[in-house]
Design a protein around this ligand. Structure first.
Ligand code: CP
Length: 310
């Protein structure tokens, strides 16, 4: 594959292959697929986890990072995204990891014949493929398969690229996806996938309870004004009372950042059923697998790839 832009681009087999590859890295396999290559991480929205774990993944593959800071780049002089990516291609970068506030920002770039691999690190409210793939890895690691798994996604669905990516791929892999949170966030695209349920029922019935942050930055001023943290936590938040309703082997997941006391109680974040920090750990290995996959995609024959797995 040349680029990684959306979960819809993957066959189920490609998702399983990426999970296998990431598990191999986690088990200690090495790759020098990125040796003597440069990566640039162009983040136009804030990030802690995604940016830093792409940086670690790039270094683990032998790549060097060209530093980029949106606030001091020529973005402020009106440079377009295409000109920026064409510039880093020209100076020799092989991979551009991009997070952008615009949905499907990459469509404009795909109109041009760019000789650089593009990885979507989150587009507006659209997709978050690297988060989704690391989530699939974390679920596969725990349950071994997806067929028939019951997954409840609770929170700000309509603004969540994680909800869009995960609802799509989990359904395709055979899981049954249900939803919780404010009715207004349960838009028709989610209603086509699965039911909207009460949070107590989701906690009793699901194998995976996946929480989402309320994205205040994407809510209107009126929506933010009407929002009460206390009311939200009471109706939709995961506290220990609800954790105790969950099945013995059920998982709690959250892409983070978490808002403690809003969608999740402080003492639930690191409780026994929580896989939140395991997700972050797995993110490095999955991002290594993704970068290796696009770098491999630039050659037609595996013999041409400077990849040494040990
Ligand atoms: N999960 C996630 O995308 O986190 P960051 O916004 O910190 O990258």
């Amino acid at each position: 594959m040349k680029n990684i832009l959306s979960m819809s681009q993957f066959s189920n087999q490609e998702v399983y292959d990426l999970i296998d590859s990431a598990m191999g890295f986690k088990a200690g396999e090495k790759s020098d697929a990125g040796m003597n290559k440069y990566a640039m991480n162009l983040f136009f929205e804030n990030s802690t986890r995604t940016k830093s774990s792409f940086q670690v993944a790039e270094m683990n593959l032998g790549m060097r990072e060209i530093a980029f800071d949106a606030s001091t780049s020529s973005t402020t002089k009106g440079e377009t995204l295409y000109d920026r990516v064409k510039t880093i291609e020209s100076i020799g970068a092989s991979v551009a990891v991009i997070r952008h506030s615009e949905d499907e920002f990459y469509n404009e770039l795909l109109k041009h014949d760019l000789n650089i691999h593009l990885i979507n690190a989150g587009d507006g409210t659209g997709q978050h493929p690297s988060q989704s793939l690391l989530d699939m890895m974390t679920i596969a690691e725990h349950f071994g398969q997806f067929e028939g798994l019951k997954v409840g996604i609770i929170g700000d669905l309509s603004h969540s690229r994680v909800a869009h990516s995960n609802a799509e791929i989990l359904t395709r892999l055979g899981a049954e996806v249900s939803f919780g949170g404010l009715d207004s966030w349960y838009t028709p695209e989610f209603a086509e996938i699965g039911p909207h349920m009460d949070v107590d029922d989701l906690c009793r019935e699901m194998d995976v309870v996946m929480l989402l942050r309320v994205q205040h930055e994407r809510l209107s001023a009126d929506e933010n004004k009407a929002f009460s943290k206390e009311d939200y936590f009471k109706e939709f938040g995961l506290d220990m009372r609800r954790v105790d309703m969950m099945r013995e082997d059920a998982m709690i997941m959250h892409p983070a950042p978490v808002n403690r006391g809003v969608e999740i109680a402080d003492d639930v974040v690191e409780c026994d059923k929580s896989y939140i920090f395991k997700q972050m750990q797995n993110g490095v290995f999955m991002r290594m697998a993704m970068i290796e996959a696009v770098l491999k995609g630039e050659d037609t024959s595996d013999e041409n790839i400077n990849t040494k797995r040990q």
